[in-house]
Design a protein around this ligand. Structure first.
Ligand code: GCU
Length: 321
């Protein structure tokens, strides 16, 4: 009998030691290519977590949409099949409509206004209400600059130029309605299919920030980039709430702290990469235009009427100094 007890003790010890050494690996999805600011910032988040938990948790980042499109990976995170996703709030708005407020054209006056709002009460209100309604928690806000139109044939220099154009937009109700409102034909395509759609003329143009225009090589097939900067859409690193709830209070604090550090780091990377991207696309043959934003802002104004049910939160954001 004594031999049995000894053997059991040894097995329990071995298992507990092996468990203590085998890290818990969280998968984190991103549809941007390796080296992109969001991918590098989540790797950094993982390093902070691994260090602070003495190797108990590791984050394995899967860039380039290896785990699926942004929409598919958010669906997986909702099921707990993928632990983390870096996604745009424009895609999240398909799962939680109020997130679409952050996609509204010309909502944010500039970078500083945007970051005051998302790191302040309005941003906190949105992520708290998202967590109440979805199996997701937000770990970090990421920067994604401003989205502008790029076209194959001729630049979009005034709102009327959008009329009759087939413009690829992500599955964002706000961007879809915006292109329709300007007289264009919005075409939904996953991010990874935009290059070939531009190359084959399935669409006449698309719209995105300079780093995406560069990193996905869209500048090769749509050379006219007019910086109308119609919207600034913040991004999030989200975690499946069912995964989050298994963490201890200390581990939750570590992930939150790592998220805050990663958010600062991503904004530093973003500024550098954004400048590099604008330079690189011009070297690659793209033509950059700076249209007068006034007519675009005027043309879009009545568009806000469709979002009057979110007037309270929109006014809170507009009131942020
Ligand atoms: C941006 C964003 C992506 C998104 C893409 C899109 O590049 O970072 O997360 O998928 O826009 O337009 O689909």
């Amino acid at each position: 009998m004594r031999k049995w007890c000894l053997a059991m003790l040894v097995v329990v010890l071995l298992v507990s030691v092996s468990w203590a050494q085998a890290p818990v690996v969280f998968k984190s999805a991103d549809n941007q290519p390796d080296g992109y600011p969001t991918v590098e910032a989540v790797k950094f988040l993982g390093k902070v977590v691994e260090e602070a938990t003495k190797g108990k948790y590791k984050i394995q980042v899967y860039p380039g949409a290896q785990l699926g499109s942004e929409k598919e990976t958010i669906e997986q995170a909702l099921l707990g099949a993928i632990e983390m996703v870096r996604c745009s709030t424009l895609t999240l708005s398909g799962f939680y409509e109020p997130m679409g407020i952050l996609s509204l054209p010309y909502l944010f006056r500039n970078y500083d206004h945007q970051w005051q709002a998302v790191l302040g009460a309005p941003g906190q209100e949105l992520i708290d209400s998202m967590s109440k309604n979805l199996n997701l928690v937000a770990l970090a806000w990421f920067e994604a600059g401003a989205r502008s139109f790029y076209t194959i044939k001729a630049p979009i220099m005034k709102p009327e130029d959008v009329k009759g154009l087939k413009i690829r937009v992500p599955e964002s109700p706000v961007l879809t309605n915006m292109v329709k409102f300007l007289g264009g034909a919005p075409v939904h395509l996953p991010f990874g299919e935009v290059y070939s759609a531009l190359q084959t003329g399935v669409v006449d143009g698309a719209e995105n920030n300079p780093p995406s225009y560069y990193a996905m090589k869209h500048f090769e097939v749509a050379k006219h980039y007019s910086l109308d900067e119609h919207t600034r859409i913040p991004e999030l690193v989200i975690m499946s709430k069912s995964v989050w709830e298994k963490l201890s209070p200390e581990e939750k604090m570590i992930f939150k702290m790592a998220g805050q550090a990663a958010s600062v780091y991503q904004r530093i990377l973003w500024k550098q990469f954004e400048e590099r991207s604008l330079k690189a696309v011009q070297e690659g043959g793209a033509k950059i235009y700076n249209p007068d934003k006034g007519p675009f802002q005027q043309a879009i104004k009545p568009f806000y009427d469709q979002y009057s049910k979110y007037k309270e939160l929109i006014d809170k954001i507009l009131a942020v100094k």
